[in-house]
Write a new protein. Structure first.
Length: 419
């Protein structure tokens, strides 16, 4: 009976779609009909179903942990897509939302960034106001495209402004104008094709810092409707579904690609990174790690002068591991440095009682990423696999010459001057 009912329903919907085409409805009228008939919802659900192919294909691992995390990943992307495009899709009333955070992750996300974003219309003017916190710096970017376009593979930056370039007032007060033409002391460029504002706020030491308080407003909001319009809902559902299907497909491909350089750290192509909305002043080393029983991975480098650096472990789907409960990443201010200025990072299942140990949280493989941010040079990080018993040598070294952290006191960024 259910199969017969489903078949009849499908025939009815196809017939309704043909009638819409014959009647030559406008996009707004068609959206209204699609909402009334349920077609918009069905199309959204079809995109979610199609997204399952990213988890089941691309030679993805067959173990239950990886598959469980994969389908949870789709549920997380669904939540993020609905929040961003359905709830937050009104370009006349933008609200900064955390699209990527502790329980929504993608693309080897950086736990040291407090990500916020909102959908905007590049043909409009906007203003950001607020007070900076005590994190080292913020990067404001406007991007042509958003996470529903080409799965985020094509989101070139239209404009970028960091706090060290800005005029900062008393108590960290800031004001930024977003527009096509230069305007104000702190100007963030947009183009008519701009679709998203992204804010990356860098943590030096998350446990000791306070994030900024920011507000975005449209400067020409008289024409916006406060009533939910069918076209807005249909577009929001479609873009949310495109995010889930597209992002999962893109990063499944990336993961398979990165597995070709397992336990290596090649530098990621900068042009490809920029096209996907990455920070142009960030050097990325995306790759894949694998840890055998009784073994440890050792990552070593000597950091150059830089705003910050970071190394993070992810799962197969390029979601950073859960940094709420154990250390899965390390950065410039949380790392312990050896007397010669170098850093040694250890990855193994059991706590070796050594500095800079990253916990793989029951995973034997996954993605990883090393980052240099605003560095005066880009030394190549090295990674090697050793027998777990060799860690005793590192303990002897540590007892003789203990590694130490850099001195760091959180404060409000000064910018290029005070108002």
């Amino acid at each position: 009976m259910r199969k017969i009912f489903a078949f009849i329903l499908k025939i009815q919907k196809r017939s309704a779609a043909r009638k819409l085409r014959r009647r030559g409805l406008s996009s707004e009228e068609a959206a209204s009909e699609n909402i009334i008939s349920g077609k918009s919802w069905d199309d959204f659900c079809d995109l979610l179903k199609d997204a399952g192919g990213a988890i089941l294909g691309f030679d993805s691992p067959l173990d239950s942990l990886t598959r469980s995390e994969g389908f949870r990943y789709l549920s997380r992307l669904t939540r993020a897509g609905l929040e961003n495009f359905v709830e937050g899709g009104n370009t006349g009333a933008p609200v900064l939302r955390r699209l990527v955070h502790e329980t929504v992750k993608m693309g080897n996300d950086n736990p040291d960034f407090y990500y916020q974003s909102t959908i905007i219309d590049g043909r409009r003017r906007y203003r950001i106001t607020g007070n900076l916190g005590t994190t080292p710096f913020l990067i404001f970017s406007t991007q042509e495209g958003d996470y529903s376009d080409s799965a985020g593979a094509s989101m070139p930056i239209a404009g970028q402004l960091s706090t060290d370039e800005m005029l900062v007032g008393e108590n960290g007060r800031i004001e930024i104008i977003l527009s096509n033409e230069r305007e104000g002391e702190n100007w963030l460029r947009t183009t008519p094709d701009t679709k998203m504002l992204m804010v990356r706020e860098l943590f030096g030491d998350r446990d000791r810092e306070r994030t900024s308080v920011l507000r975005v407003e449209a400067l020409d909001k008289a024409t916006d409707s406060e009533v939910l319009e069918p076209k807005h809902l249909e577009d929001g559902l479609n873009r949310a579904g495109q995010l889930v299907a597209g992002a999962s497909l893109l990063f499944a491909r990336w993961s398979r690609e990165f597995s070709g350089t397992t336990n290596q750290l090649p530098r990621f192509n900068q042009e490809r990174s920029n096209a996907a909305g990455g920070d142009p002043q960030m050097a990325y080393y995306h790759s894949y790690w694998s840890l055998k029983p009784g073994r440890a991975l050792v990552v070593e480098t000597t950091p150059p002068e830089c705003a910050t650096w970071n190394f993070v472990l992810s799962n197969h789907w390029l979601e950073s591991l859960d940094y709420r409960f154990s250390q899965i990443h390390v950065n410039k201010h949380t790392a312990y440095y050896r007397p010669d200025g170098s850093v040694r990072i250890l990855i193994c299942h059991e706590n070796p009682e050594l500095p800079n140990w990253l916990h793989p949280q029951g995973h034997d493989f996954g993605g990883m990423c090393f980052r240099w941010n605003r560095a005066d040079s880009y030394p190549q990080p090295t990674i090697r696999e050793i027998d777990i018993n060799r860690l005793s040598t590192f303990r002897d070294e540590e007892s003789q010459s203990p590694a130490k952290r850099l001195e760091y006191i959180p404060s409000i960024p000064k910018g290029r001057g005070n108002g």
